[in-house]
Design a protein around this ligand. Structure first.
Ligand code: CS2
Length: 481
C-alpha cells in the first residue's frame, strides 16, 4: 500500500454459486438487483450468485474484480448516510475480450436467469416502434458473426441457441430497463434477431423462453471521484465500485420464470400478474418529469435535479405536468395512490444527499422521449387536449440537442443519434424549420404523431419562447409561478 492510501475493500463472505448472468453491471444494477438478491439469499439461501458481464468497457471488471465482486452501497437519505457491503456478485467478464466465455457462462446449466440493465439503447431497437433495428451496426455485425456477438440481443440468441442444441432448458430473460412492456419488447427483439439466422430457433424461443416484464425504480446517480473519496474517509477503505442511492426502491415483477428465481419478495419485490400499469405510472410520472427537469433545468444552468426543484417554478412545473397532462393518461395500478405517488416523487427529487446531474438524465434523449413523453402526448391529443407543458419539454429537448446552451456555450450531447439530431437542428434557421426538421426524425417521432398540427404548433410556440426568453422564464410563465 502506498503511504496515505487506504487498502482496497476485500470480500468478507464466501462467494455464492452462480445462478444468474447479468448484462450491464453499472451503478443501477449494483444499487438495485444486486441488493435485492443479496437480501433474498440472506433470508432464504439459494444459489443465486450473479456473474456480471460488461458488454463494452472493462471499467466494471477493474472496479469489482480486485474486490472479488464485493462493493459498498451507500444509502443517502435526508437523515444521513448508511453504508453496507454487498456480496452477491461472483465475478465480472468483459465481453469484447472473450465473447465465447460469455456465451459459455450463459449456457452453463447452473444459470437459470439472464438479467439486463443495458439502458434503452442496449436493445438496438427503433425507439419509435420498439422493433429491432436491423441496420444498427452491432446487429449488422452480429447477424454476420452470430458466434462472436457484440450486442445484448446477439449474446442472448447465441446462448439460447447453444442451450437448445445441447438439449438444455432455456434461461429466463429478465429485463430491468425503463422501457414500456420491457419483457415483451425484449422478446420481440430477440425473436426478430433469431428469425434472421434460424427460424426454428426463433420458434423454440417463442415457445419456451419466458421474458417477464418488470418495473424498476431507485434513483442512482453515477458515482463520482468525490463519492469514492468520501467513502474512503468514512469507512477507511478504498472502493472504486461503490454506488450512491436513495432510500426508496420498488421492483414490480411478472411472476413468469422458466426454472426458479431468488426469493426477491422477502426484500420487498412485488410479484404481480400485470406489470404494465405500474410501468406506465413510473415511466410517465417519474421518468417523464425527470427528463422535463433535465432539459429545462440544464438550459437554465441547473446542475442537479435537487437544485432544479429547489426553484419553485420547477416544482410547480412538476405539479402542473402531473395534474394537468400526465395523470389523466395513467391508469391506476392496483395498490397505488397516484396523488401520493407524485407527492413522494417530489420529495425524492428534493433529497439533498443525491447529486443527480441534469446532464446525466439528459443523455440518450432520442431513446427515452417516446416512452417518457410522447406516449403521454399521443394519449392527450387523442382525448382532445393539447399538452402544452409536454410540448415545452419536447421543445427543450430540441434546444438541447441543437448543441448550444443559453450562454452560447457548447453542450456535450451524448446520444446515439447526436449527429443526426444536430444536423436536423442545423438544417434550418427559423424555429419553425428546426422543429419541423426534428419532428421528421422517424426513429423518435412516429410519422402520424409528427404530422399532428396541434403538436407542431405547440412545440414551435414553446421553442420560440425558449429561444427568446430562456428556459427559466418560460417555465415560470407556463406555471404562473
Ligand atoms: C433517469 C432514471 O437517468 C435517467 O434517465 O430518469 O435513471 C431514473 O433515475 C430511474 O429510472 C429511477 O428509477
Amino acid at each position: 500500500m502506498e503511504a496515505g492510501l487506504p487498502d482496497r475493500l476485500t470480500r468478507r463472505t464466501p462467494k455464492p454459486k452462480t445462478g444468474m448472468v447479468h448484462l450491464g453491471p453499472g451503478a443501477f444494477f449494483r444499487a438495485f438487483q444486486a441488493i435485492y438478491t443479496a437480501d433474498a439469499m440472506a433470508a432464504r439461501g439459494g444459489d443465486w450468485g450473479i456473474l456480471a458481464v460488461s458488454l463494452k468497457s472493462p471499467t466494471a471488471r477493474d472496479q469489482l474484480g480486485p474486490q472479488e465482486g464485493a462493493f459498498t452501497a451507500v444509502e443517502l437519505g435526508p437523515q444521513g448516510r448508511n453504508a453496507r457491503i454487498v456480496e452477491s456478485v461472483t465475478g465480472v467478464l468483459v465481453a469484447p475480450e472473450d465473447p465465447g466465455a460469455v456465451i459459455a457462462a450463459m449456457a452453463d446449466p447452473g444459470v437459470k436467469i439472464v438479467s439486463l440493465t443495458i439502458t434503452e439503447k442496449g436493445y438496438c431497437h427503433e425507439p419509435a416502434t420498439g422493433r429491432l433495428n436491423r441496420s444498427h451496426p452491432e446487429i449488422v455485425h452480429d447477424l454476420a458473426h452470430p458466434d462472436l456477438p457484440q450486442s445484448a440481443p446477439g449474446f442472448l440468441v447465441a446462448a439460447l441457441a447453444r442451450r437448445r442444441a445441447a438439449g438444455m432448458p432455456p434461461f429466463t430473460v429478465l429485463t430491468c430497463d425503463n422501457l414500456p412492456s420491457n419483457g415483451h419488447l425484449a422478446q420481440g427483439i430477440v425473436i426478430d434477431f433469431a428469425r434472421a439466422i434460424d427460424p426454428d430457433l426463433a420458434a423454440w424461443i417463442a415457445a419456451h423462453v419466458p421474458f417477464p416484464a418488470t418495473m424498476v425504480d431507485r434513483i442512482t446517480p453515477a458515482t463520482t471521484e468525490a463519492d469514492i473519496d468520501a467513502l474512503a474517509q468514512a469507512e477507511g477503505y478504498l472502493d472504486p465500485a461503490c454506488v450512491m442511492h436513495e432510500p426508496f426502491r420498488q421492483w414490480v415483477i411478472e411472476d413468469d420464470f422458466a426454472d426458479g428465481r431468488p426469493a426477491w419478495e422477502v426484500a420487498g419485490a412485488q410479484f404481480v400478474r400485470d406489470v404494465e400499469a405500474h410501468e406506465t405510472m413510473k415511466l410517465r410520472c417519474l421518468n417523464g418529469t425527470h427528463s422535463a427537469l433535465a432539459y429545462l433545468g440544464y438550459l437554465a444552468g441547473y446542475q442537479t435535479i435537487a437544485e432544479t426543484v429547489a426553484d419553485p417554478a420547477y416544482a410547480a412545473l412538476c405539479h402542473k405536468l402531473w395534474h394537468d397532462e400526465i395523470l389523466p393518461t395513467v391508469p391506476r395500478p392496483e395498490g397505488e395512490d397516484l396523488a401520493a405517488y407524485c407527492a413522494a416523487l417530489l420529495d425524492r427529487y428534493r433529497n439533498p444527499g443525491i447529486r443527480h446531474r441534469t446532464w446525466q438524465i439528459a443523455m440518450d434523449g432520442s431513446q427515452k422521449l417516446p416512452q417518457r413523453i410522447l406516449g403521454t402526448v399521443r394519449d392527450a391529443l387523442a382525448a382532445g387536449r393539447v399538452p402544452t407543458g409536454l410540448c415545452l419539454v419536447v421543445a427543450a429537448w430540441m434546444r438541447y440537442v441543437g448543441g448550444i446552451d443559453e450562454t452560447g456555450a457548447p453542450i456535450d450531447v451524448r446520444d446515439p443519434l447526436a449527429g443526426a439530431l444536430r444536423a436536423a437542428s442545423g438544417s434550418a434557421d427559423t424555429p419553425e424549420g428546426k422543429v419541423a426538421a426534428l419532428l421528421g426524425v422517424t426513429q423518435v417521432f412516429d410519422p402520424a404523431l409528427a404530422a399532428d398540427t396541434r403538436l407542431r404548433a405547440g412545440v414551435t410556440d414553446a421553442y420560440v419562447r425558449l429561444a427568446g426568453q430562456g428556459a427559466r422564464a418560460t417555465v415560470a410563465e407556463w406555471t404562473g409561478a
